[in-house]
Design a protein around this ligand. Structure first.
Ligand code: FAD
Length: 409
């Protein structure tokens, strides 16, 4: 029996190793578009590969909940660590994020490749699949090489980060086979906002960002280090909100509210400003009220944006104006026009839903013998190791199902 895995990324490599371990007699062939497998893995976690998280839970994922449970119920943190330890990889943890002990992403890629090769997995690189005919015959783009298989695992990722091989090749294959998938959009990328932020480009601050839809409903919130860009915001909190922002911005203008003092409650900020004003000299400018809180450039910008000259004497401000200033510091609103494109995103939101799969399995309902893993499925996770965890888990789960099918035939 022969299984072809299309895509030699995170889910494809985990699947290849598992399939050969469970079913040594199976021919396992990985078709990889790039000239070597696992290229994207080298770029993950800023070159360190954040491969899972000590807090793996459904709440860190977005998408088809039945699919999320299906994978996480059978692949938790312990399963993930056991898998990597079985490959000889030692790990370390930093604030819940799990990395290889070497803090080098190549180590993760290499232990997977070494084990796959040792077990006899065959890799065909530079093979960009362009057609998948039921049955299965798999043909290279442009009609070059062809390969046949008894089972196929589609592990060719989503559309994010085309530079690492993933430019959405999987979706035309799905369409040709009549498999439906939820609309896709970029996630884990920078927010594009009102371009008025351009003068703040490069300025970093520790704050919190809340995403609101056009009706003012809170959609998501995250805090950490944020940075203004020439046309928006980047940093982990911006990334975490980007999946929802991209979807909302297709039909409306959501807003992000920035809290520049996330550790101080609203009343404490107002109290702080009142205290500063009461101690300010007669001609001291309002800018001085912010001195102990924000960088001067940001203070000037916020005041001018609110229509107040930074040089206005502070003691001219009444209680309402002070309350307005406190409001600026706690919830400065910025229109969100969208997000960066797939090219600059880390993951794809949307994809194959549970209703396209057999119950409790990752096998296609419409095309028996066809399995799915990784980002092509309709699940995406937060920053912090959640996407790789899902990729390993779904690849391993699909491989176990294929092996079980083979042993019962
Ligand atoms: C810069 C960056 C950093 C990231 N860092 C992290 C992190 O630290 N932690 C985390 O959890 N997640 C991270 N992610 C997300 C994570 O890498 C992906 O979610 C995960 O790799 C998806 O696994 P996959 O197997 O579905 O697809 P991929 O790993 O993307 O692999 C798909 C493979 O299929 C190949 N392929 C595509 N089309 C074809 C075709 N037509 N024929 C043959 N082969 C094809 C591609 O070349 C690729 O090798 C990061 C993503 C990026 C872009």
């Amino acid at each position: 029996m022969k299984t072809v895995i299309i895509g030699g990324g995170a889910s494809g490599l985990a699947a290849a190793v598992t399939l050969k371990r469970e079913c040594p007699a199976m021919d396992v062939v990985v078709l990889e578009k790039l000239d070597e497998p696992g290229r994207k893995l080298l770029a993950t976690g800023n070159g360190r590969c954040n491969l899972t998280n000590t807090d793996i839970a459904v709440g860190y994922y977005h998408g088809d909940s039945s699919l999320i449970y299906r994978v996480l119920n059978r692949f938790d943190l312990t399963d993930c660590l056991d898998f990597f330890h079985s490959l000889g990889l030692l790990t370390r943890e930093e604030e819940g994020r799990v990395y290889p002990l070497s803090m080098n992403a190549a180590t993760v890629r290499n232990v997977l490749l070494e084990e796959a090769r040792r077990l006899g997995v065959v890799f065909e690189t530079g093979f960009a699949v362009g057609d998948l005919a039921p049955g299965f015959t798999i043909t290279e783009k442009g009609g070059g090489r062809s390969v046949t298989a008894d089972c196929v695992l589609l592990a060719l990722g989503g559309k994010a980060d085309a530079a690492h091989g993933t430019d959405g090749d999987g979706y035309p294959l799905l369409k040709n086979l009549g498999i439906r998938y939820a609309p896709i959009s970029p996630s884990l990328t920078a927010l594009l906002t009102d371009p008025k932020v351009a003068p703040l480009k490069g300025l970093r601050f520790h704050g919190s960002a809340s995403l609101e839809d056009a009706r003012g409903n809170l959609v998501g919130k995250d805090d950490g280090e944020l940075q203004f860009t020439e046309n928006g915001l980047t940093g982990i909190p911006a990334f975490q909100l980007s999946g929802d922002a991209a979807v909302l911005a297709k039909n409306e203008t959501p807003r992000v509210l920035l809290d520049f003092c996330p550790n101080l409650p609203d009343v404490a900020v107002l109290e702080y400003l009142r205290d500063r004003r009461s101690r300010s000299g007669p001609e001291e400018p309002v800018l001085c009220l912010f001195t102990g809180l924000l960088q001067e450039k940001l203070s000037r910008f916020l005041l001018e944006d609110a229509g107040l000259s930074p040089e206005t004497p502070a003691n001219r401000l009444g209680m309402q104006e002070l309350a307005d200033l406190a409001g600026l510091l706690k919830a400065w609103p910025l229109d969100v026009l969208g997000t960066k494109s797939f090219k600059d995103a880390q993951v794809t939101r949307g994809g194959v839903p549970a209703e396209e799969l057999n119950e409790d399995s990752l096998e296609s309902r419409r095309v028996p013998g066809l399995w799915f893993a990784g980002e092509l499925l309709g699940v995406d996770g937060a920053c912090g190791g959640y996407n790789l965890h899902f990729a390993w888990g779904s690849g391993i789960l699909a491989a176990k199902e294929i092996a079980q099918r083979a042993t019962h035939q």
